[in-house]
Design a protein around this ligand. Structure first.
Ligand code: GLN
Length: 481
């Protein structure tokens, strides 16, 4: 096999697998063995995982098989192999954030999403590679080496949830969880040709998600199809008293929305998010909107000039929050400790050795934006822009049910292609606004662009608008076939 061939094809999805296991067509242990075999065959080339949980997963799969043998329903994800981004805490299992700082840190507790997946019968297969502390758009910032895109190994998988996207695209697992602060689920989903969903801020508990920028972070699924992603959202979502920003609203009925069609649905194409896309991405995107119009959606263009300021506001707010959140890695409480003569030199040595260049850059940017004398000009101003963006979205959603754009302005790029940090930051141009507003958004694969690499269409919806988002996403998926 040459390095440019696709390494694998998507395995059967979440729902098919759960049905196969529940009806005893296939045992959970056999499903897992297939998964582990595929990982053994291709993981060397892809590096989707920081850790594969061979033994624990086998034990869990046989527990599921025992339950079924005794006539007990293990839940909607019976025997479904799932991977977790390595910033989601797993009890007694290393959780590194792909950073030297946490390389040997073992969390004493499970994130709420992990408990929910396990209660639903899922089998956790491993922890996936990512940009260090979720800062990046290519997974090149991992302290443990990059992940490769299973569609073509010469290209990045996107980031920061690159390992999660690659583990699904390679057919290693049916589903992976990622986290999305400025696009880190949707952009890698787009670049690897899978579905990725960022739910409304507060719909999925952040308890046990290692914080990057707490007012923007949200956990969500990456799957091979839209319906599977809807099911996973239903399983991992819902109120959690352990997350003070959790929304106390039911998160259900999403799967039903996938069958509703788009007749009469008002779809707005956002000029400011389409314009920066490359011609190949624009061509695939336009094909998608033409087809949506042909099946009854009312497609129109809308200009939301405020969105042009999203990137600048995000790259002040996210680093500001990160500089505060990452202050806890002081050599005393978590992970790495490098000895020093006194406390200050120990902390300096620890933080110098433990953090990679991008994380240090963000901490410096954030500390600067929050420092007295600059706070109002940078952080305060960015927060005002954030409010303007939320208000502008509000006006747009008076005329439209969903808004559409390409997820990423380009298809996957090559390793080392974006050396200037600003080039890399531009990958997030279309995804960031939904995080700033706290809105849900998803990426659905639609066609191919340059070098036969996947293009993703982003469907955005207002707060708690997941139902209509999935409704449109499912139709786009159908039109892409
Ligand atoms: N690429 C963006 C960043 O580097 C978004 C990351 C994310 O969503 N975690 O900050």
């Amino acid at each position: 096999m040459t390095s440019t061939q696709r390494t694998s094809f998507p395995r059967q999805g979440v729902r098919e697998t759960a049905i196969a296991v529940k009806t005893r067509f296939q045992s959970a242990s056999d499903v897992l063995s297939d998964c582990l075999e595929e990982i053994a065959r291709c993981e060397d080339k892809i590096h989707a995982f920081n850790l594969v949980l061979d033994n624990q997963a086998r034990q869990r799969a046989s527990e599921i098989d025992d339950l079924i043998a005794r006539g007990i329903d293990p839940g909607p994800l019976a025997g479904v192999p799932v991977a977790l981004k390595d910033n989601i805490c797993t009890r007694e299992i290393a959780t590194t954030c792909s950073s030297k700082m946490l390389e040997r840190w073992i969390p004493p507790y499970n994130a709420t999403v992990v408990a929910k997946l396990q209660d639903a019968g899922a089998v956790i297969v491993g922890k996936t590679n990512m940009d260090e502390f979720a800062m990046g758009s290519s997974t090149e910032n991992s302290a443990f080496g990059p992940t490769r895109n299973p569609c073509n190994l010469d290209y990045v998988p996107g980031g920061s949830s690159g390992g999660s996207a690659a583990s699904v695209a390679a057919g290693f697992v049916c589903c992976a969880l990622g986290s999305d602060t400025g696009g880190s689920i949707r952009q890698p989903a787009s670049l690897c040709g899978v579905v990725g969903v960022k739910p409304t801020y507060g719909r999925v508990s952040r308890y046990g998600l290692i914080a990057f920028a707490s007012s923007l972070d949200q956990i969500g699924p990456l799957c091979v199809n839209v319906g599977d992603a809807a099911l996973i959202c239903e399983v991992i979502g819902g109120y959690d008293p352990r997350d003070s920003t959790s929304i106390d609203e039911p998160f259900s009925g999403l799967l039903d929305s996938c069958d509703k069609g788009v007749d009469g649905i008002r779809v707005g194409v956002v000029t400011e998010l389409l314009a920066p896309a490359s011609p190949d991405v624009q061509a695939a995107f336009t094909k998608c909107t033409d087809k949506l119009a042909a099946i009854g959606a009312k497609v129109d263009e809308i200009s939301i000039p405020e969105l042009s300021y999203g990137l600048a506001a995000y790259y002040l707010i996210a680093p500001a929050e990160a500089s505060s959140n990452l202050a806890r890695y002081d050599g005393v409480r978590y992970g790495l400790r490098v000895a020093g003569q006194d406390v200050e030199s120990m902390m300096r040595a620890t933080r110098s050795a433990g953090f990679g260049p991008e994380v240090k850059r963000r901490i410096m940017l954030g500390t600067y934006a929050l420092s007295s004398g600059y706070y109002d000009a940078y952080y305060g101003q960015a927060q005002r822009v954030r409010t303007l963006i939320t208000k502008a979205f509000g006006r747009a959603y008076e005329s439209f049910d969903v808004l559409l754009s390409p997820t990423s302005p380009t298809v996957a790029f090559g390793f080392g292609a974006k050396q200037d940090p600003l080039d890399m930051y531009n990958s997030d141009i279309a995804t960031i606004a939904s995080n700033l507003a706290g809105h849900p958004a998803m990426s659905v694969p639609f066609g191919l662009g340059a070098n036969n690499l996947p293009v993703g269409v982003q469907v955005m919806a207002p707060t708690l608008g997941e139902a209509v988002m999935f409704q449109v996403g499912a139709q786009i998926e159908g039109l892409a076939q």
